[in-house]
Design a protein around this ligand. Structure first.
Ligand code: AMP
Length: 401
């Protein structure tokens, strides 16, 4: 055994694998894409030679190939001390990360109905790593767990009670690992403790969500039963009128058609008719492409509306925090959003806003702003690595004791 920690993040057709040392510094990371397709592909970041995968490689074949590649390149010298897995849905069962045993696996299986595209592939990753490293502790870190502190008034929909009690229909929230990290990092930047820090955390990537954090705890969030609710996203619509479903059915669309459209053809992609990539949209808008400008406008306006809405859950606000690919990199989106927040007294400093980003966290608000605004790069892998190491050590101490 070496002291490394592996972090596994399995998506529906892709996966990411990261390797950390015992000080939680990232040694390397790797990516596999187009899994279960004839042109499945894998590579270690920064290495030009692809890692060979069989045609149609599964998640487990890709993980085995990447672990072997880490060993061949002497990036790993023995077994890791822990493996951490990102698991999308932990339902109401998991309020925090969990060491994986048979009971944990059954509970993740039970939550699969709530995340049919994600939990089964997360489980495939867990089983693959258990087969590769049968004696190494495996830990599940849930996207939903951080939001289990939401008060009932924030997590219940105004639906008949049986929807909740019989079928678990409620707001769960996602991106919890990233929002948790924002709470920790914002406290550090503000020179406070997380338990006394209240923020609004905007995670703006291809998926987008916003969370109100009161004294370190999630008290409201924009994603709901599924990651479709809330903000405008790359290809997801965010909030729509629930009456839309009936109306589209009357136009001949099936439930599956509507699901595909809302998840894969909407958001920035749907509004612009061009792309889900915010960088490209900004370039197109600069060249006068009006649908791209509209997509940006709707994105920023919806975000600002949600920032306002999140203040209803807080009794104080120490900072508004931007993170994720868009939140970290786009001074323009941050500025366009802040323009809608004048009544809240949030004002950005143009120079600081340009200066801070993925490579440098810090304050971007002007000294006159009623509330500070910060940019903080997210690092979900690091949180998963830390949790995996912490629970592996705690588990070993428990069995020794
Ligand atoms: P993520 O899912 O966190 O990797 O974020 C992906 C999103 O970040 C995509 O929409 C990218 O276009 C966007 N992004 C990355 N860099 C920039 C940038 N410099 N300006 C605007 N958007 C960016």
């Amino acid at each position: 055994m070496d002291d490394s920690i592996l972090v596994v993040n399995c998506g529906s057709s892709s996966l990411k694998l990261a390797l950390f040392d015992h000080d939680h510094q990232k040694i390397t990371s790797a990516l596999a894409e187009r899994l279960n397709q004839s042109d499945a592909f894998a590579r270690i970041n920064g290495d030009e030679t692809p890692v060979h995968l069989p045609s149609g490689a599964s998640h487990s074949q890709a993980l085995a190939a990447l672990v072997n590649a880490f060993k061949d390149r002497a990036l790993m010298t023995g077994e890791p001390m822990a493996v951490g897995h990102r698991v999308v849905h932990g339902g109401e069962t998991f309020r925090e990360a969990s060491l994986i045993d048979d009971q944990t696996v059954s509970a993740i299986e039970a939550c699969a109905a709530l995340a049919p595209l994600h939990n089964p592939v997360n489980l495939a990753g867990i089983r693959a790593m258990q087969a590769l490293f049968p004696n190494v502790p495996q830990v599940a870190v849930f996207d939903t767990a951080y939001h289990q502190t939401l008060p009932e008034r924030a997590y219940r929909y105004a639906l008949p009670e049986r929807c909740y009690s019989d079928w678990g229909v409620r707001r769960y929230g996602f991106h919890g690992t990233s929002h948790y990290f924002m709470a920790q990092q914002a406290a550090r930047l503000l020179e406070k403790t997380p338990a006394t820090t209240s923020i609004i955390s905007a995670h703006l990537g291809n998926g987008c969500s916003i969370t109100a954090i009161q004294n370190g705890l999630s008290v409201d969030t924009s994603m709901g039963l599924t990651p479709l609710e809330g903000l405008v996203m790359g290809t997801r619509s965010g909030d729509v009128d629930p009456g839309l479903f009936d109306y589209l059915a009357s136009r001949g669309m099936s439930a599956n058609d509507v699901h595909e459209m809302l998840n894969k053809e909407s958001g920035l992609q749907g509004l612009s008719g061009q792309t889900n990539d915010m960088r490209t949209l900004c370039e197109l808008a600069d060249h006068g492409h009006e649908p791209s400008q509209l997509a940006i406008d709707v994105f920023c306006f919806r975000l600002a509306r949600y920032i306002g809405a999140m203040t209803a859950s807080l009794t104080k606000l120490d900072a508004l925090v931007f993170t994720g690919g868009i939140g970290e990199n786009s001074a323009r989106i941050r500025q366009d959003t802040a323009r809608h927040l004048r009544l809240l007294g949030i004002e950005l400093d143009p120079d600081l806003n340009q200066h801070h980003g993925r490579w440098s966290d810090g304050r971007i608000s002007s000294p006159d702003s009623c509330y500070p605004a910060l940019v903080i790069p997210t690092n979900e892998e690091l949180v998963i690595a830390r949790e995996a190491a912490r629970l592996a050590v705690a588990g070993a101490e428990h069995s020794e004791g």
